[in-house]
Design a protein around this ligand. Structure first.
Ligand SMILES: *[C@@H]1O[C@H](CO)[C@@H](O)[C@H](O)[C@H]1NC(C)=O
Length: 260
């Protein structure tokens, strides 16, 4: 990623994350470099909003749809699939323009409720060993607190520097009970909604259990159970993820409606 891209990315942050007082783009701090192409569903999204550029994570759920966070919406979005190191245009990489973005109709950019968006690709992705779909959860399936999941992204690698990672990084995170994101009126989790959001990341583990890029998947037992959405300013866990299982009927109906 070029320096210019990074600077633009950070200029955009206040727009991307309106939730006071915290909430900035996700990041993998700690964690490790992912084995190249071990997560073939991962998508890297380059976004333009007006003249500002930014990026997000996402994941492939069908040949021509990527799922991400609604706060990752932009005027122009391009999806990169089958990539590991962003600096290279790897031979297995597919770059596909997004032809239509469908944020959830009840997405609320103040509370970040219903922070989910489908992106329809301009053409189908070629599925192969580097580009594959990830299964969605069952409708209304809930992960028990204590379940260990993983999250991956190309976001920042430290709270103290603004460098993002060229290579995909990943880390394990644990599902917390809803009570770990308490809705105190003055607290950072005041907009937490247990039916549409998941509380993830053990505070005891401190900064080693971090968030992925916004829009990236929380993978539990092989399914995309969550979408990286928001959290505290300094990245202290737990972070809040969109609860994908709540949206299965909307996802299925939307993909069916837009199928050519
Ligand atoms: C949680 O979100 C759902 C879906 O938007 C909404 O119907 C419900 O009222 C919300 N609950 C709270 C407590 O805000």
């Amino acid at each position: 990623m070029s320096l210019t891209m990074q600077l633009l990315f950070f200029v955009l942050l206040p727009v991307a994350f309106r939730l006071p007082p915290g909430s900035q783009a996700g990041e993998i701090i700690g964690g490790r470099e992912a084995q190249p192409h071990s997560r073939p569903y991962m998508a890297y999204l380059s976004l333009w909003r007006g003249h500002k550029s930014s990026f997000c994570g996402g994941f492939l759920v069908s040949e021509n749809f990527v799922l991400t966070a609604a706060h990752c919406n932009g005027d122009i979005i391009t999806v990169r699939l089958g990539t590991h190191n962003l600096r290279n245009w790897e031979y297995n990489e597919q770059r596909i323009p997004v032809c239509r973005s469908i944020p959830h109709p009840q997405y609320n950019k103040v509370t970040l409720n219903n922070d989910i968006m489908l992106l329809q690709l301009g053409h189908k992705a070629r599925l192969n060993g580097y580009v594959r779909r990830i299964p969605l959860p069952l409708p209304h399936q809930r992960m028990r607190p204590g379940t260990v999941c993983s999250v991956a992204g190309w976001g920042r690698t430290s709270a103290h520097n603004q460098l993002s990672s060229d290579t995909l990084r990943e880390t394990d995170v644990v599902v917390m009970p809803d009570a770990a994101c308490p809705r105190d009126p003055d607290g950072i989790y005041r907009n937490y909604n247990a039916s549409t959001m998941m509380c993830v990341g053990d505070p005891e583990k401190g900064k080693s259990s971090f968030r992925g890029d916004s829009g990236g998947p929380l993978v539990c037992q092989g399914r995309a159970q969550g979408i990286v959405s928001w959290g505290s300013e300094d990245g202290t866990p737990p972070a809040v993820y969109t609860r994908v299982s709540t949206y299965i009927p909307w996802i299925r109906a939307t993909m069916r409606r837009l199928q050519p």
